[in-house]
Design a protein around this ligand. Structure first.
Ligand code: KG4
Ligand code: ZN
Length: 336
């Protein structure tokens, strides 16, 4: 059979990324231009700044991805692009580039949901067996997704307020850490003890919902009270206690979901899936199911994962017209 090549573009937040995928799972290139240095001083992503940076680097990223892959435009079969969820201005830059490239080379356009990308990054680890369950943890999302068959995603539980990565970044800011703080908190946590008693919201409730805003507020209150009283808090212990609360919540809800939806495989993906504490606890506690966690390079935002999800859409013939619009709040459907 003839080889199939997909060019994928991701620009939903603060990474401009372009990848080339050969056939099902062979990533020939995955160029990632991170803007994090520009956003650090603001303590978070500034949408306007993000869009401008995407415009500056997108064409170079496309060229680099093709060069590194040793593939030319005429070899390609399709162009895939993230069309949501994400920052509207940021999404539009990637979409304009993808449409222009696809139109100029007479290629079909594959629209990809960013969260489907995070989930399908697991295809690089192992062939997927449906139905499967996924815990998606990123800066904007915390959700349990039941995947009935390739490309059919159903939300069975999600956060009512903050996303888990967002909670990491917010408490990181309170501790004076640089954005994004998840990785540093993870590292500090390993050197501390779980001594501060933080709430584990909804952990006993018989549902698959998450809530992190109470945990975040409890953390901020403890920090401010200590500051006012001039008491010193141990940074490593603060991180260890916060992370222990987060992991208890994630593990409890995931185990509940696995009881409700018996599957052979559990995927854990998204930026927070890079968390070493989470990986360790999953490895220790998730038994009887095959645990699939994408490698670190495919956990944060990247176009490789978009290409891996696009390959499934290509098989289904899910192509978009050129009037495809960005969908900043694009979501999976719930399972009724
Ligand atoms: O998936 P991602 O790269 O972007 C979104 O789609 O949101 O996730 C970024 C989030 C940030 O909140 C960052 O702090 C968090 O992932 N993160 C981590 C770790 N590495 C990145 N959170 C906890 N532990 C980590 N090791
Ligand atoms: Zn993401």
């Amino acid at each position: 059979m003839k080889d199939r090549y997909i060019l994928a573009i991701e620009s939903s937040c603060d990474e401009t990324s372009v990848a080339v995928l050969k056939n099902e799972t062979e990533l020939l290139s995955n160029i990632i231009a991170s803007q994090v240095e520009s956003h650090k001083r603001f303590g978070g992503v500034v949408p306007e700044v993000a869009s401008r940076h995407h415009v500056e680097v997108i064409t170079t990223c496309i060229e680099d991805a093709l060069t590194e892959a040793g593939v030319s435009a005429t070899d390609l079969n399709a162009v895939a692009v993230t069309y949501g969820p994400g920052l509207v201005g940021a999404l539009l830059v990637g979409m304009a580039a993808a449409k222009a490239f696809a139109w100029a080379h007479g290629l079909p356009l594959i629209p990809v949901n960013h969260m489907a990308g995070h989930l399908m990054a697991a295809r690089e680890v192992k062939e997927l067996q449906y139905p499967l369950l996924a815990l998606l943890v990123s800066g904007g999302h915390t959700e349990l997704v039941y995947v009935t068959e390739a490309g059919h995603y159903h939300i069975v539980g999600e956060t009512r307020d903050d996303a888990v990565g967002e909670a990491y970044d917010k408490v990181g800011r309170v501790m004076g850490l640089t954005y994004p703080a998840g990785r540093e908190i993870d590292e500090l946590a390993h050197r501390g003890q779980d001594v501060y008693d933080f709430p584990r919201a909804m952990i006993k409730e018989d549902n698959l919902e998450f809530s992190f805003s109470g945990l975040k507020s409890a953390f901020i209150n403890l920090h401010h009270n200590a500051e006012q009283k001039g008491e010193a808090l141990v940074l490593e212990d603060l991180c260890a206690s916060f992370q222990a609360a987060v992991l208890d919540i994630l593990l409890t809800k995931t185990k509940k979901a696995l009881k409700q939806y018996p599957v052979k495989q559990l995927i854990v993906a998204g930026g927070v899936a890079a968390n070493q504490g989470l990986r360790q606890r999953l490895a220790d506690e998730i038994i009887n199911v095959d645990l699939l966690i994408p490698p670190l390079r495919l956990c944060g935002d990247n176009a490789g994962m978009i290409a891996l999800a696009a390959a499934i859409e290509y098989e289904k013939g899910s192509f978009a017209e050129f009037d495809l619009n960005a969908k900043p709040s694009l979501a999976f459907t719930g399972l009724k």
